[in-house]
Design a protein around this ligand. Sequence first.
Ligand SMILES: [Zn+2]
Length: 705
Amino acid sequence: MTSMAHDPSLEKGSKKRVRKLVQRLIEGASRPGPGPAGEPETAEPSPLSPEPAVEAEKIPSHSPEPAVETAEIPSHSPEPAVEAEETSPRDVEPTGEPEEERESLPSDSEEPITPPEHTDDGGETWSMLSEAEAQELRDKPLGEILLQISALEQGQLEEALSVQEERGGNLGEIVVKLGYARESQVLYALSLQLGIPFLQDVPVEEVDPELCSSLPIHFAKKHGILPIRRDGNAVLVATSNPLDIYPLDDVRILLNQDVKPVVMPTRAIIDSINQVYDRDSNTAQQIIEDFDEDSLDLITSALEEPTDLLDASDEAPVIRLVNSILFQAVKQRASDVHIEPFERDLVVRYRVDGILYNVLTPPKRIQPSITSRVKIMAGLNIAEKRLPQDGRIRVTIAGKDIDIRVSVIPIAHGERIVMRLLDKTSVLLKLEDIGFSPDKLKTFNRLIHRPHGIILLTGPTGSGKTTTLYAALTRINSPDKNIITVEDPIEYQIKGIGQIQVNPKINLTFANGLRSILRQDPDVIMIGEVRDLETAEIAIQASLTGHLVFSTLHTNDSAGAITRLIDMGIEPFLASSSLIGIMAQRLVRIICPDCRQKYVPSEEELREIGIDTEMANTKSLYRAIGCGNCLGTGYRGRTGIFELLAFDDDIRTLILKNYDASTIKKMATDKGMFSLRQDGATKVLKGVTTIEEVLRVTQEDVVSQ
Ligand SMILES: [Zn+2]
């Protein structure tokens, strides 16, 4: 225990001071300082400020920043309009999503905090102590307490102490960083030391909403503080940083009541804050209801003078409303937000998993405010109401970097806005994760490792082609390959790949970009889309001169792409010698596992999708119902279905002889190719999706069964 002698007296003394201060706080005394308080301790200059000894014990993860940063939703970086909002983050925060917060918390809090889940570091030792045992540990050095209550071993403690000696910092932080104890354990130890009660978490329904409403959410998050309930004459307040009593003191002033601190882990507090504030208000609907005529007039007049708006924007309900619309969109995984004016009302719709839903019907009278607000955010001209405009908004919503492409077009009843949300932080999918069956994955993988040739992906917009392309490029990406793309837009940036953004304004088209790429000595080329003969010709040229080329075409099925190229003006022999594979794809929604219902489909349904009755009888088939976990849609997330046409000599011969698409497709299916619908049927049989869903996305897929 010699190493524990690391300035123990100072440590202990400071701790005592802290406890005393906490005690004073509870008793309603005000901040220490040059005030009337006669106790010698408080007469000392700022005993709690970053004095080394106290600092040494501050728990790391409580530095409030992480939680706060992610909580700042409306940081639309470059535009000034945005800055105006940053000053008022709480406007949107209340809808904070717990998951997002978690991601952004310090690493230690990524682990579950509740004791039963602590298996890797000796969770058993973590159980709470009895009153008597707790009493024993009071005022003991933190390290000593941790030795008793956690799996921390003497050697580890000594290591932590020597790290502390070497680099400074807090013992608790170091122990957590070294992985010897968890934040929650360190906090528990601290609570024992200070004699403050400790709580793992608090059920959201036990939190008094009235108390929370008197505390701004950004304050709560910044300091990791949550008022829980009244307890006698005081208010029980959870804190994840019991050593920092100033925020507690502020709570006392804000609530005008004494506070009784309880220690609670950071993540539990942030989760509770999100849930409580989310529960209580600030849905878009709520904001609309809060609109009153006066504030509306104010906003409308302010909007006529953009500069005024920027100055006075902080609390404007329209800003909160638009922020809330965007926030909810991200929360519900929407890919697009539509704001559509009709004669009598305004409709806000989200596209989630490819399907549009009405989410909100704000009153018509606030339409101009909403439109102007979005246009300002997107850097558009708010005075121009007769011409279409395009712009961009960059926002951070709950830690996600979202790039929003905004399109505004004038229609009969005002300006129609569509915002496409691109989550820059979303993870690129691997080929294994996009829905391939094992044999299809094998075939596709073989194709993308060929040295040259063209691989085309086909399907309408929103069929997941880009995701597949990125997955393919990521798979073959390696330092010995030069991969260059021309895209519109670049949806994800992939390390090690040169990506060019098409820009028609400066005549950087797919064709021009492609031509330039070829002078950059590429091995693999990806062209976002083949739209015209020129691009198609260069792509073919590139593949014939030894490059692997990926691109997309807007055709329904795989064989249709061949005829499409020939219709564009490509010679059949060029198509047959350059193409190596064509894959049609669609996205089907994945049935919600929480509410799906087993059922027996009708003969007709089975016939339509091509599943025979006997087969259906041996499997469990489901239909979508809808529950709280899937927003009542019955589905959650999407996966791909594929029709992969890998070229062989027979297919090439048919193309050379200029056979039509259906003959080519017939030959391919005879050789074992699954059509989109057939591939969908296999997913129905696996319980991944529904018959209805597969039929919906394969309406135009005409297969001779
Ligand atoms: Zn559900």
